[in-house]
Write a protein of this length. Structure first.
Length: 260
């Protein structure tokens, strides 16, 4: 293993062990080693099929029934993503974050991913800023249900609690982040003195704002990404490796340090 990576892993473990409130900001790169394509970069879903339209959510609101009918006939981009998501299992990086949480070295995960991998890996304090593909959500009261526990016998489905229109929990382009989720992200960011930037290109807001807020409050950023991002040059530490490699190594160093 190369000395530069080894030194960066050592420093990252030292910063994490010395921090009070560590939050992981996770992006699609975290699940790349689970076979789920990222969005940007050379093999990215948006790179290949183009980004979705920012008016998607407006179209949904104008014609929710039509949106549901179309959801039954997904686009090539969504088909490719859905096929990868259906096959995916958590990788060593997901399990390392779960164990860091168990050991008190990680207090929360803010994930931009909708793939449910952190739940399957056993993490508990997970904030899904872009929703979860395995759930439905009421657009009025924000109640959520697992997909397989909500009988869809009318289009669009309506909320049994408030009558609101129900859609997939995944946040669409142009859709506001549900208020209670955004508030949780802001609260975690305010308490955070060390943010791990794992597998995110850090170009999509509001998620990309959280590391800036941590920096402004004097906190540390540790980037884990094989490529450069707009936050690389303001991160205290940059680990140029895949998260499936780097996170288990950081966990091992934390165990050696006996943090708990
Ligand atoms: N380990 C860590 N990082 C990786 C790995 C890996 N094995 N493989 C790729 N990456 C990095 C890439 O270098 C890139 O910086 O993961 C990042 C993925 O960036 P994006 O594809 O832009 O994904 P993300 O940052 O999650 O996008 C944010 O954009 O379209 C929306 O809703 C979508 O949640 C997504 C949001």
């Amino acid at each position: 293993m190369n000395d530069e990576l080894d030194a960066a892993i050592d420093q990252a473990a030292a910063v994490i062990a010395a921090s009070r409130h560590v939050v992981a900001l996770v992006g699609a790169g975290m699940s790349a080693e689970s076979g789920i394509p990222t969005f940007r970069g050379k093999e990215g879903i948006w790179t290949k099929h183009g980004e979705p339209d920012l008016r998607d959510y407006d179209r949904f609101r104008e014609d929710p029934k039509g949106w549901w009918e179309q959801r039954m006939k997904p686009s090539p981009a969504m088909n490719e993503l859905a096929a990868a998501l259906a096959e995916a299992v958590p990788n060593e990086g997901h399990f390392a974050l779960k164990e860091m949480e168990d050991r008190g070295s990680l207090q929360a995960i803010i994930t931009q991913n909708i793939d449910n991998m952190h739940q399957i890996a056993g993490s508990t304090n997970i904030i899904e800023i872009h929703g979860n593909r395995t759930k439905l959500r009421c657009t009025v009261c924000s109640n959520r249900w697992p997909l397989d526990e909500f009988p869809i016998d009318e289009l669009p489905p309506s909320c049994p609690d408030c009558g609101g229109i129900v859609k997939g929990d995944t946040v669409m382009f142009g859709e506001p982040i549900p208020r209670e989720v955004l508030d949780e992200c802001i609260e975690q960011t305010a308490r955070c003195d060390c943010m791990l930037l794992i597998g995110t290109s850090a170009v999509v807001y509001p998620a990309a704002q959280f590391p800036v807020d941590v920096l402004r409050a004097g906190g540390a950023l540790i980037e884990i990404n094989p490529e450069d991002t707009p936050l690389s040059n303001v991160s205290q530490l940059v680990i140029r490796a895949g998260s499936g490699t780097a996170l288990p190594m950081i966990l091992e160093r934390l165990k050696e340090k006996g943090d708990s």
